[in-house]
Design a binder for this molecule. Sequence first.
Ligand code: C2E
Ligand code: MG
Ligand code: MG
Length: 581
Amino acid sequence: MTTTNQPEVTLLLIEDSPDDAAMIREVLKESPRFRSSVEHVFRLEKGIERLTEGGIDVVLLDFSLPDSFGIDTFRRLHHAHPEIPVIVLTSLDDDQLALQAVSEGAQDYLVKKDLEQRLLTRSIRYAIERNRAEQQLLHNAFHDALTGLANRALFGDRLDMAMAGARRRPTGQFAVLFFDLDRFKNINDSLGHNVGDQLLVALARRLETIIRPGDTVARIGGDEFAVLVNDMDDVADAIQVAERILEGFKAPFPIESNEVFVSASIGIAVHNQDTTDPDAMLRDADIAMYRAKASGKARYEIFDPEMHASAVALLKIETELRKAVDRSEFIMHYQPIVALKEPKILGFEGLVRWQHPERGMVAPAGFITVAEETGLIVPLGWWVMEQSCRQIREWQLRFPMNPPLFISVNVSGRIFVDNQVVEGILDILGRTGLPPESLRLEVTENVILEHSEEVMTKMQQLRAMGVQLSIDDFGTGYSSLSYLQRFQYDTLKIDRSFISGMQVGTDSQAIVETILALASTLGIGVIAEGIETVEQMVRLRDLDCPQGQGFWFARPADPMMIEAMLSGDSPTSISSRMMAN
Ligand code: C2E
Ligand code: MG
Ligand code: MG
């Protein structure tokens, strides 16, 4: 405590003797480094009333008052205001009574006739410090240390209160918003945890300006936050808060020398009278949040009970998927990639299938997302990689061509988070004997955006060793043509939505032409995906699109059928069909 920064302490003196009161004021004045203001009342009831108004730091309490006497005086005051530190003043020199008060919660006791300045100010200071310490502990128990926001415990408490309130007064609606940040992990990975922490703090401050005064915002964990929206007229109020949060995150957060952009996906659960469990409400909001993420992020979704059913179904798939990895229930199908000019098969895309014991053959749409979310995509991805490389090497030896057949493998961005990914792929190439030039990795545009420079570096390392990189579903993601130049790709695959929409004069036709022109300038190969009709094939060939893939040539098929195709035993061989057109 320094002289320039003295605390202003407000004391309430409850004392019926004017002489004693004057004496205490005198003693306090003597203190050179202790600035206090003293309010004085004569009766206990007045004192209790005054405390209710707030602003008092410490009470100095005389034991014998006109309206109360002895230990009772302390008990009544302490009962009414347990949060206020009390120093008991006694003229009786009755240690027993004073000790009793201390054991019941008084901070200290002082005997009036021995009162001197140092003793009194020290006692007051201790009272305030102890109090402060208790408040700090209480604060810590209910607040998040990093951001200072309410924590999960306090949020649960407030939610409990809101539920209890709703039982008494069923008109008062409220809702829980639950959100986490999209791609926060990437920020942490690429800019460091320190920046991540600063971002969370900056975000908390911004959130406080966004939410309404009566609402509670809490940090629930890592990058997860929740808002309790109270006193709603209807669900529109909660939506408005969600929209304000989404809007509020649009401006970047300046952190150190970076401008960090974040977005959030928000789930909203509106209270209904059947819900009495705060955790269930948070869980519902969490489920809705997942839905918001799955449907494109940076948006909100409102929980409905159907979501719960589908979350349960997802959980079932997850459980089954875990077993499927162990039980080797996966098989590979291969779809030919064809040169449009010469008619011939150049290579294959490997497409995984799940042979489900009850549901039969399940296409990737039924499990890839779950596999991504649960991380199962990583062991599955390695299995696909090894299987595909082994298969194509076998075919290269049985069906020699110039250049040799290649295999295109879909890889999830998650596999690149593995530190050993480069070594792992080289290992597989070594084990199977496949030349690196015969392996293509297909990644979607989103992988490029969602992953850090580190991931990009690994991809480029692989590329330097001869492995080819391909952008899948080009045109559907955050497609930015500049990425093509920045990260060097060998091929891009035009998404099949453009191919199916391609009639003369349509936007799709123009987009396909633009992509082809750009790719040819950059020296990148192009594969048109999803060619289903002869017209599409002919049009693409006329536009000089070099390669294509689609049902019109061949559906993805098991290795036996592919072998029939390669050995020319297939009744409708690809080249004969193309020659006819
Ligand atoms: P993709 O990489 O774009 O694969 C092409 C998808 O289009 C395949 O669906 C294929 O069967 C389908 N397709 C091919 N030609 C045509 C056509 O002419 N018309 C139509 N309507 N569809 C056509 P599939 O096998 O269901 O795979 C769907 C997606 O699942 C793939 O899209 C890919 O993103 C993902 N996937 C498949 N296998 C794997 C894998 O092993 N690992 C990972 N990470 N993802 C995979
Ligand atoms: Mg693909
Ligand atoms: Mg594709």
